[in-house]
Design a protein around this ligand. Structure first.
Ligand code: NDP
Length: 480
């Protein structure tokens, strides 16, 4: 038993994570892959890593010191179950199986329950940062038992990304599926952030006629202020890229149909069942779907638009308005995402420290940004904060930015430029801060056709109007 940690699955993520582990003081890493070639290749390419290769699950288990700890990095879904089944046969009570793949959190809850019966610990850990993160330091979101965290914590801390203040980007999120749940919402927020940036680019380009290279400079400039983030930084890089074949900006030759691997959809589906309005994430996910229906977009070209050229008078002023609209919408998207985590924690009995979540997203992951320090501050100040957007720093930004935000949404609407994430975030903001909502009328309608009853603003109780009778009001059983 020479190794203190093992990795199963040596495709790009697994081999990079294994190399990251091996590069840390005190780690000896056992490696196993279903097909032998990947193992041989990895071991040969990286003699400096001192890997302990295994060619069967028995050999893999025998090479690990106890409690055995193994991280699975295989294709999510069936393959993960297949590997867990094999590991359970050769591991013993007290050992730890970590799934570092992109599992859907209900699967993690199911697997944790099943594996726990054998006395083995199962930890679903969300890992963000892609291949580069896996190699140099990802943001890690582990679930699982407190017992497993004792062994696993130091190992994960040694390989995680490190924030500016020196803190590693990993924390024990909560039990069973909590880690994969938080990773899912991270990805949902990533969808919203990307869509908002894309809308900002589109509006600036169409409203001011700036070229992609000029807009790259604008984003690079924004990256020195409150919007500073990895996504803004790479946006500038993408916009600056020139296609070698045509000499055009690369963004102009890329097909405008956005792909998705499903984590945005999971975030939205989960939010719908939890009753949490994550409209920014939902609009971002739907915007990708809309873009990916060329057959519909082709026939819909005949539908009329406003029919005027979109040209703003004050280009610099408009760019600044868009910046403020982007920041305001971003605050709303994050506020909604953290709402979903809180609601998920309540539903699944997890104790999740929202401030700690924002801190481990500060480095290593795709949504890394200075901004996350502000979220951490907000939850440090008020751990039970009901609406993140109302924390002083964010409320100030919304107060400063809301006029610009409205101007941008108006301009986009008048010009016929789709800005679903900007406008839905603004609608959410106005809905949330409204004194009264037309939900009262919806309750009236529900009572009319379904006797669903309503409550009154002026007295306790549940009421129903006899709509098909004499239209008097009666006290009723509460049927919602
Ligand atoms: P893949 O998702 O492409 O999976 C390939 C690996 O799975 C290979 O090692 C393959 O073994 C193994 N595998 C497939 N089926 C089985 C099976 N039935 N039994 C045993 N092993 C099997 O690899 P990636 O490295 O791209 O991703 C690994 C995990 O990490 C995935 O869950 C993915 O979603 C996640 N991921 C996360 C990213 C992030 O940014 N966090 C980015 C990319 C991926 P073999 O060589 O024998 O075929």
């Amino acid at each position: 038993a020479a190794a203190n940690i093992g990795v199963v699955g040596l495709a790009v993520m697994g081999s990079n994570l294994a190399r990251n582990l091996a590069s840390r003081e005190g780690n000896t890493v056992a490696v196993y892959n279903r097909s032998r070639t990947k193992t041989d290749e990895l071991v040969q390419a990286h003699p400096e890593a001192g890997f302990v290769p295994a060619f069967s699950y028995e050999e893999f288990a025998a090479s690990l010191s106890k409690p055995r700890t193994a991280i699975i990095m295989v294709k999510a879904g069936g393959p993960t179950d297949a590997v867990i089944d094999e590991l359970v046969k050769v591991f013993e009570p007290g050992d730890i199986i970590v799934d570092g793949g992109n599992a859907y959190f209900p699967d993690t809850i199911r697997r944790e329950k099943a594996v726990r019966e054998t006395g083995i610990n199962f930890v679903g850990a969300g890992i963000s940062g892609g291949e580069e993160g896996a190699l140099n330091g990802p943001s890690i979101m582990p679930g699982g038992s407190d017992e497993s965290w004792v062994t696993l914590g130091p190992i994960l801390k040694s390989i995680a990304a490190v924030a500016d203040d020196g803190e590693p980007c990993v924390t024990h999120i909560g039990h069973d599926g909590a880690g994969h749940f938080v990773k899912m919402v991270h990805n949902g927020i990533e969808y919203a952030d990307m869509q908002l940036i894309a809308e900002a680019y589109d509006l600036i380009r169409r409203g001011t006629g700036r070229t992609p290279a000029e807009i790259a400079d604008i984003f690079a400039e924004w990256n020195t202020g409150e919007l500073e983030s990895y996504l803004i930084e790479i946006t500038a890089e993408v916009l600056r890229q020139v296609d070698a074949e045509t000499g055009k900006p690369l963004v102009d030759v890329i097909l405008d149909q956005a792909g998705a691997k499903g984590t945005g959809a999971w975030t939205v589906q989960t939010a719908l069942s939890l009753g949490v309005p994550v409209s920014g994430i939902a609009e971002a996910t739907f915007a990708r779907s809309l873009s990916s229906h060329p057959e519909q977009r082709e026939v819909a070209r005949v539908l009329p638009g406003p029919g005027t050229e979109f040209q703003v008078d004050d280009a610099d002023g408009f760019v600044e308005d868009v910046r403020q609209a982007l920041f305001a919408s971003k605050i709303i998207a994050y506020s909604q995402g953290f709402d979903e985590i809180r609601a998920g924690a309540a539903e699944y009995n997890w104790t999740i420290d929202l401030g700690a979540v924002s801190k481990i997203w500060r480095a290593g992951c795709i949504i890394r940004a200075q901004f996350l320090n502000r979220i951490a501050d907000a939850y440090a100040e008020q751990p039970e904060l009901p609406v993140l957007a109302t924390a002083p720093y964010f409320a100030d930004a919304l107060t400063r930015g809301q006029a610009a935000w409205r101007r941008v949404v108006i301009a986009a609407t008048q010009a016929g430029i789709p800005s679903p994430a900007f406008s839905s975030s603004l609608a959410y903001y106005d809905g949330l801060r409204a004194d009264r909502l037309p939900a009262a009328l919806v309750q009236g309608q529900r009572d009319f056709f379904g006797a669903h009853t309503y409550k009154r603003i002026d007295k306790e109780g549940t009421f129903h109007t006899l709509w098909s009778g004499d239209r008097t009001e009666i006290e009723a059983e509460d049927t919602h």
